[in-house]
Design a protein around this ligand. Structure first.
Ligand code: FAD
Ligand code: NAP
Length: 396
């Protein structure tokens, strides 16, 4: 089934009123910078992108996210056309309701990577006789088996594996789900970079079932934008829940391992531009210090000029035992507690599945250990931070 994450419904950006552009009418922006942040030899490909907003009338606030409408990989589109025996000129229903050429629909309108439920059901219906997939579909108790079977499989695999099964262009399009925009945390401040928006993106590339796979939006930006003709359709997504404290003198604690650093780079730029004297503490972590130290020069410069008060790094693979940001929080519990008691706002950004939960547990431990609270009292303290909008998360 399709596991492509869809972007949550966007609240209109505060500044959209001043611009003709919006989620429904994205701005065709120019990508002006695309460089690798993680060093050659890193296990990951993290990239820094700079996009020009010139002529858009759009603006954003730090903490907001930006939406990108990607296009699918043209080689994958061609491969699907070849298997279908289609030229790409055949007219089909586009996602907007009008008739468009098949190649355009597969490139711009529909998910052609993870197969939809409808595609799998339609395929199963066309298979003569018994098949594993038919058996799993027929048995509601085998839902998990089906999920496992589908993990890492893409539409093209099923088309290639079943050469005798024919889909007409209309039939295939009828089974596909609409391609969704992807959201990215903004990693710049307009006060430091007028008319630009920066992003910090982990490019999704992996191998499964003998094929190289590419994440749709991250590789669209990494591999196929930046030419005169290739605009990036963008919009802004307001994140009112992830704003800096109004008083620039308020201390801020930021926990952002991996690409979770993105909004905190923006916060640091903003707080430096505003002044106000508020202290800033960043917990950053990634796999190896020599390869994955994102924005190292900028962070060291910010420490040197005093705009970053404190930086603690956790390198998970520089030694045998894992060291994560939450270990650094525990190590510095006394100091962290002092900042919390001074009214610091506590921000977390990055992986939702594991990191955010573990950081939340560490925050409770800090309150217990350094604040001398029992577990229920610590829970109450953290709940109080949330109610006072001093504990803010943007996790994905
Ligand atoms: C509010 C918000 C902010 C975000 N900010 C950022 C950010 O700052 N930086 C950033 O990098 N991302 C960010 N993301 C995530 C981003 O939106 C995309 O989800 C991400 O870039 C992947 O999109 P994609 O189109 O490249 O990959 P997709 O085409 O969506 O592919 C991802 C899918 O590929 C499959 N997959 C991935 N790896 C494997 C594997 N090894 N084996 C089998 N299948 C696999 C999974 O089904 C996965 O869901 C944010 C998300 C949200 C909601
Ligand atoms: N849903 C998931 O299971 C999952 C997992 C990873 C990444 N992602 C997504 O992949 C994208 C890119 O990730 P990224 O490269 O930015 O960062 P990342 O994969 O989250 O890694 C950043 C750092 O966090 C560490 N880490 C792993 N588990 C942790 C935990 N429980 N607590 C604290 N730190 C932990 C990693 O260590 P190690 O790698 O050495 O363990 C690494 O040093 C993001 O969209 C992220 O959400 C999702």
């Amino acid at each position: 089934m399709s596991t492509t994450p869809s972007a949550p419904a966007a609240a209109p950006a505060a500044t959209e009123a001043a611009s003709p552009y919006s989620r429904k009418n994205p701005f065709p922006a120019k990508l002006v910078t695309n460089r690798r942040l993680s060093a050659e030899g890193s296990g990951k490909e993290i990239r820094h992108f700079e996009i020009s907003l010139t002529g858009s009338g759009l603006s954003y606030e730090v903490g907001d996210a930006m939406g990108v409408y990607p296009q699918n990989c043209p080689e994958l589109v061609q491969e699907i056309l070849t298997v279908l025996g289609a030229s790409g000129e055949e007219m089909v229903n586009g996602a907007a309701g009008s008739q468009v050429p098949l190649r355009y629909a597969l490139s711009n309108d529909y998910i052609i990577t993870q197969p939809s439920k409808e595609f799998i059901a339609s395929l199963a219906a066309k298979i003569q006789g018994n098949s594993v997939i038919k058996d799993m579909l027929a048995d509601p108790l085998r839902k998990d088996d089906l999920q496992k079977y589908l993990w890492g499989m893409e539409l093209i695999d099923f088309l290639v594996m079943n050469p005798s099964i024919q889909f007409s262009p209309d039939e295939l399009i009828g089974t596909l789900r609409k391609l969704q925009p992807r959201l990215y945390s903004i990693s710049s401040s307009l006060k430091a970079h007028p008319d630009q928006v920066h992003l910090t993106i982990a490019c999704v590339r992996y191998e499964s079932h003998g094929r190289q796979r590419k994440g749709v939006a991250s590789t669209f930006l990494a591999d196929r934008c930046g030419h005169e003709s290739a605009a990036v359709p963008i919009f802004f997504h307001t994140a009112k829940h992830f704003r800096l404290p109004e008083d620039p003198a308020t201390p801020v604690i930021m926990v952002g391992p991996g690409t979770g650093i993105a909004p905190f780079r923006a916060y640091l730029q903003e707080r430096k531009a505003i002044g106000g004297g508020g202290k800033n503490w960043l917990f950053f972590g990634d796999q190896r210090s020599n390869y994955d130290y994102l924005y190292r020069d900028e962070l060291e410069a910010a420490q040197a000029d005093g705009s970053l008060t404190r930086l603690d790094t956790a390198w998970s693979r520089d030694q045998d035992k894992k060291v994560y940001v939450q270990h650094k929080m525990n190590e510095h519990a006394e100091e962290l507690w002092k900042w919390l008691e001074e009214g610091a706002h506590f921000f977390v950004c990055g992986d939702a599945a594991r990191m955010a939960k573990d950081v939340d547990a560490a925050l409770h431990q800090v309150v217990e250990k350094a604040g001398g609270r029992t577990p229920p009292q610590a829970a109450e303290y953290v709940e109080g931070m949330k109610k006072a909008k001093r504990y803010k998360r943007d996790v994905y």
